[in-house]
Design a protein around this ligand. Structure first.
Ligand code: GRF
Length: 199
């Protein structure tokens, strides 16, 4: 399975997936990383692994689809990608784009809900359980069918960054498993619901 990662920043989820490819847990190829930022650490990681990086900007957005098709990409993984995915990519890769989000969707998702904004909102609302969601991507932010969720306790003394750290560590242990399920055809999608079956 050829997987493309879309990134905008740090890329710790991308690194965690690379680790699981290297240790043999996950058998996929990553021929392409698409980065919305010239300075993203994730793009540097990709280059150091000799993975092709395509930097997106307003002018070249139409080219992304051509490159994805040319590199024979089977699955697109949004791992901290902050830009909207053009509709033509969503149509061409229906049910083949996943995103990881640091809350239990549909709570604390949508436009503007990324990074520390999510954890700040969770703590301000007094929510006791947060977590992560890995879901399919459709035309609306954080809206597609849910593939996987994991709960993480919100402690009363948590700052947004404390909570972010605990959730991120669970993200690192979750994303590769969902990618693996795709690579083994263990994902069943039924309209707006999705399910992963055991190995
Ligand atoms: C993660 O918290 C992920 O859930 C969200 O953006 C963050 C990306 O972190 N979509 P990193 O770039 O993978 O370190």
């Amino acid at each position: 399975m050829n997987c493309a990662f879309f990134v905008s920043g740090r890329g710790s989820n991308f690194e965690a997936v690379l680790k699981h490819i290297k240790n043999g847990d996950l058998q996929i190829k990553i021929p392409l990383v698409v980065s919305s930022s010239e300075t993203a650490a994730a793009a540097e990681t990709a280059k150091s692994e000799n993975i092709e990086v395509f930097y997106t900007n307003k002018e070249n957005r139409q080219k992304i689809l051509d490159i994805l098709l040319a590199r024979k990409i089977d699955l697109i993984v949004l791992a901290g990608y902050l830009k909207k995915i053009p509709d033509e990519i969503i149509s061409a890769f229906k049910n083949k784009i996943i995103n990881i989000h640091p809350s239990l969707l549909p709570a604390f998702g949508g436009k503007g809900m990324f990074g520390e904004f999510v954890h700040k909102a969770v703590i301000e609302r007094g929510v006791k359980i947060s977590g992560l969601t890995i879901h399919l991507v459709d035309e609306k932010y954080d809206n597609g069918a849910i593939l996987f969720q994991k709960a993480v306790e919100v402690k009363s003394a948590d700052t947004p960054s404390d909570l972010a750290k605990r959730i991120l560590s669970e993200e690192h242990d979750s994303l590769w498993r969902v990618i693996k399920a795709f690579s083994q055809n263990r994902v069943i999608i039924n309209e707006n619901k999705a399910e992963i079956v055991d190995e």
